[in-house]
Ligand binder design. Structure first.
Ligand code: SAH
Length: 456
C-alpha cells in the first residue's frame, strides 16, 4: 500500500507514456500517471487518486522541461481533452505511436520480432480534419458560444477555431451566431430540452474545396433560413446547406431527417482518383490526406496483378474496395450498416467501377455463409474492423479460406495484436507492419499489416 493521500505534493521525472497519453513516473517504486506531461519532464504534481499499485496526479509545475516539450498551440488544449499530445513535438508524437504499436505486438501478440517500417507521418500535422461538429450553448456569463464539450463533461468551452479543423469553421460559426442573435434563436439546452439550435456540422472536400453546412435543430424549421443561406453563400466553396431535424432527448448529434436549403444535398471529394459523394449523414474518413497514404499501403500490400479475387471486410462506404477494384479482377465488400453499403454502391457507379459487389451484414456471418454455401474463394482478404477487432468466427473462416495474403488495417493496435497472434498460430506470417498517423495531436494511431500464408 502507498502512504500517499489526496492533495499530497510529489516530485518526479516522466519516463514513459501510457496508451492514453498520460506521462508515467515513479516515486520510490510507486507508479504515477500525470496528464499533460512529456517523457523527460521533471515535474511537481498534486495527488488526485491513489490505487493499490499506482496513482493519478495533476501537473502543477514543470521544474525542468523535456527537450521534446513544446508549447501547445491551442489555448484550450488542456480543458478540451480532444488532443492529448499537444505538449509533445511532432517527431516525438510519431515515436510514441510507433512504440505503442510495437509494445502491443510484443506484449499482446507475443511476437519477438516485429518487421516495422517507418510510420507515415503528416507533413503538416494541423488542420487535417475535413469534418467538425460544434455544439451551441452559453458560457458561464450567458454568452452565446459554439465550441467543444470539456473533456468527459457536457459543459461547453468556446472555441471557434479548433486547430485540427479547417479555417473556414470560424467564419461559418460567426455567421450562424449573428443569424441567431438577429432573430433571437436560442441554443439547445440538454437539461430542459428547450432551445432550437443544436450542433452545426461542417464538412469540406479537401481536393475540391467544396463546403457543406448542416444545422441540427430541435424544431420543425429554421426561421429566416433563406437569409442564413445568403450569408453563408458569401463564403468561397459553399456548395451545400441543409438542416437536420433532431427533436429527441439524446446525445446522438444528427437527426435522421435532412432538409435541403441550398445545393444538391451533397459535396464531392476524391481519395486518390476515386470520387466520393458525401451527404450530411454519410460516413467519410476525416483525414483524407492520410487515408490516401494508408489505403495506398493496403493496396500495395495486397500485391494485385489484375487476376485476383479480393474480399474487403468491414468495408464501410467501400473506400478500400474501390481503391482495390482498379487493380483486381473482382472485389467483394461486406459491411454491417445498410446506409454505408448504399453509399458504396453509389460510389462504385459514380466511378464506373463494375467489378465490385457489396453485401450487407456482419463479416462473421456473411463470410462463413458464403463460404459454406457458395464455396467462395479469395486470393487476398483485407480487413478494416472497428476498435474491437475481428470476431473469432470471421478469423476462423479466413483461416479456412486460406488466402495467400491478408491485409489488416487497424485503428487499435491492442486488438490488432490479439488477432495477429490468432492468425500467426494458424498458418500466417507477419511480413510488414506500418503505422500511419491519421489523428495527429491525439494518441490514436492506424496500422497496416501484411500477412502471408506460410504455404504460398
Ligand atoms: N474502410 C472503411 C471504414 C472501416 S471502419 C471505409 O473507408 O469506409 C469499420 C467499419 O466496420 C464500419 O463501417 C462499421 O460499420 C463496420 N462494422 C462494424 N462491425 C461490423 C461487423 N461485425 N461486420 C461488418 N462490418 C462491421
Amino acid at each position: 500500500m502507498s502512504e500517499w493521500k489526496k492533495n499530497d505534493k510529489i516530485e518526479l521525472s516522466i519516463e514513459d507514456m501510457s496508451e492514453t497519453g498520460e506521462g508515467i513516473g515513479k516515486t520510490d517504486g510507486f507508479t504515477w500517471f500525470i496528464k499533460d506531461t512529456v517523457i523527460g519532464d521533471q515535474v511537481e504534481a498534486k495527488v488526485m487518486k491513489v490505487k493499490k499499485s499506482y496513482g493519478f496526479a495533476r501537473l502543477e509545475h514543470i521544474k525542468k522541461k523535456s527537450e521534446n516539450r513544446v508549447v501547445p498551440k491551442c489555448p484550450v488544449a488542456r480543458q478540451c481533452g480532444g488532443c492529448q499530445l499537444q505538449a509533445m513535438n511532432y517527431a516525438e508524437q510519431l515515436r510514441y505511436k510507433e512504440k505503442k504499436i510495437w509494445n502491443n505486438l510484443v506484449r499482446i501478440g507475443g511476437f519477438s520480432e516485429v518487421p516495422m517500417l517507418p510510420i507515415m507521418g503528416m507533413e503538416e500535422p494541423w488542420r487535417y480534419r475535413n469534418k467538425a461538429q460544434f455544439p451551441w450553448g452559453t458560457d458561464k456569463e450567458g454568452n452565446l458560444v459554439a465550441g467543444f464539450y470539456a473533456g468527459r463533461t457536457h459543459s461547453i468551452i468556446a472555441c471557434g477555431d479548433c486547430l485540427l479543423g479547417i479555417e473556414e469553421n470560424q467564419e461559418i460559426l460567426k455567421r450562424i451566431k449573428s443569424h441567431m442573435e438577429r432573430h433571437g434563436l436560442r441554443p439547445y439546452e440538454e437539461e430542459t430540452h428547450k432551445g432550437l439550435m443544436r450542433h452545426t456540422l461542417i464538412r469540406k472536400g479537401f481536393k475540391t474545396g467544396e463546403l457543406m453546412v448542416c444545422q441540427v435543430i430541435n424544431g420543425k424549421s429554421l426561421p429566416h433560413g433563406e437569409e442564413l443561406v445568403k450569408s453563408l453563400l458569401e463564403i468561397p466553396g459553399m456548395k451545400s446547406i441543409s438542416i437536420s431535424i433532431n427533436r429527441d432527448q439524446t446525445n446522438v448529434i444528427m437527426g435522421t431527417q435532412v432538409e435541403n436549403l441550398y445545393g444538391p444535398g451533397y459535396i464531392t471529394d476524391y481519395i486518390g482518383d476515386v470520387k466520393y459523394r458525401i451527404s450530411p449523414l454519410s460516413f467519410y474518413q476525416v483525414n483524407p490526406v492520410q487515408t490516401e497514404k494508408l489505403y495506398g499501403t493496403a493496396l500495395e500490400y495486397a500485391g494485385l496483378t489484375g487476376d485476383e479475387t479480393v474480399w474487403d471486410l468491414y468495408c464501410g462506404i467501400g473506400t478500400i474496395s474501390l481503391f482495390l477494384a482498379k487493380k483486381a479482377k473482382k472485389v467483394y465488400g461486406v459491411e454491417i450498416v445498410p446506409q454505408a453499403i448504399e453509399d458504396a454502391r453509389e460510389n462504385a457507379k459514380l466511378n464506373g467501377i463494375g467489378n465490385v459487389e457489396f453485401f450487407v451484414g456482419k463479416a462473421e456471418e456473411v463470410l462463413p455463409e458464403q463460404y459454406e454455401k457458395n464455396r467462395i474463394y479469395a486470393d487476398v482478404i483485407v480487413v478494416d474492423p472497428p476498435r474491437k477487432g475481428c470476431d473469432e468466427v470471421c478469423l476462423d473462416t479466413i483461416v479456412k479460406m486460406a488466402p495467400k495474403r491478408v491485409v489488416y488495417v487497424s485503428c487499435d493496435s491492442a486488438t490488432l495484436a490479439r488477432d495477429l497472434k490468432y492468425l500467426g498460430e494458424r498458418g500466417y506470417e507477419v511480413v510488414k507492419v506500418r503505422g500511419c498517423d491519421m489523428f495527429s495531436q491525439t494518441t490514436h494511431v492506424e496500422t497496416c499489416v501484411l500477412l502471408s500464408h506460410k504455404n504460398s
